[in-house]
Design a protein around this ligand. Structure first.
Ligand code: FES
Length: 101
């Protein structure tokens, strides 16, 4: 099954080395962001909300590699090795505070 690879190109991840990670993925897969082949679908993505642990690489919309490193990122992508991607949740903080106070 084709792996969907998304590298966060938010400011913090770029600062932490996302461009280098993208170049490594380009070299290993032969794909530029926005391209796909039989094995991979590769592109950039917006901030995933894990800015303190960048650069972040999301696999198949469900796993995220934090602090991706050039020498291990492809192995981790192929093994889908990372943390579960936790979606941002809308929280009604006023309702929560009302119950607590
Ligand atoms: S900038 Fe990449 S997770 Fe926020």
């Amino acid at each position: 099954m084709k792996k969907k690879i998304r590298v966060c190109d938010g400011g913090t991840c770029i600062y932490d080395g996302a461009m280098s990670i993208m170049r490594t993925i380009e070299e290993k897969t032969g794909l530029a962001p926005g391209q796909s082949n039989d094995e991979y679908d590769f592109d950039r993505c917006d901030c995933t909300g894990h800015c303190g642990m960048g650069p972040n690489v999301v696999i198949d919309d469900e796993t995220v590699i934090h602090e991706a490193e050039n020498d291990t990122v492809m192995e981790k992508i192929d093994k889908k090795e990372g943390s579960p991607l936790v979606e941002a949740v809308d929280v009604d903080i006023d309702a929560i505070m009302k119950d607590l106070v």
